[in-house]
Design a protein around this ligand. Structure first.
Ligand SMILES: [Zn+2]
Length: 154
């Protein structure tokens, strides 16, 4: 392959194109603020797009222990399996591990302490925070907002 044909091959690669697009917008799936407002309830918008926190114990998903998958309300990406869910006693749906390639994290310095914020890797919607006081085997506690997720029973 010559250098020129290699370059045109790279330029026409759909994989590279989507990677570039994702870099430009930050996330693979993007919506305007108006689109988010139209598709989400006020409570969902506040949590998912403004990093709010639902009232503890307010989500029916906190007590959801059937076998199934918890997916992103913003883009339907499967985020957590019921297999990693546990009762943290906090009033928020809690998991010790996300599904592979489902979430991303970033440092959050709000509330005068350092926490690790968790969001959907595909649409950027805020999900909750992850802490180091979870159970085995990971020792992690993914403390999630139920309004950011949809449950589908297996
Ligand atoms: Zn999403």
């Amino acid at each position: 392959m010559t250098r020129r044909s290699l370059l045109s091959f790279i330029a026409s690669s759909p994989l590279l194109f989507s990677a570039e697009k994702a870099l430009a917008s930050g996330f693979e799936i993007t919506r305007t603020d108006a689109q988010w407002r139209a598709m989400l309830s006020d409570a969902e918008y506040k949590v998912m797009r403004q990093e709010g926190t639902e009232r503890a114990g307010s989500s029916p998903l906190d007590k959801e222990y059937r076998a199934g998958v918890f997916s992103c309300r913003g883009c339907d990406l499967p985020l957590f399996s019921s297999e990693t869910k546990f009762d943290s006693g906090t009033g928020w749906p809690s998991f010790y591990a996300p599904l592979e390639n489902a979430v991303q994290t970033r440092d959050d310095h709000k509330l005068f302490m350092k926490r690790t914020e968790v969001h959907c890797r595909r649409c950027g919607s805020h999900l909750g925070h992850v802490f180091n006081d979870g159970p085995e085997p990971t020792g992690l506690r993914y403390c999630m907002n139920g309004v950011s997720m949809k449950f589908t029973a297996a």
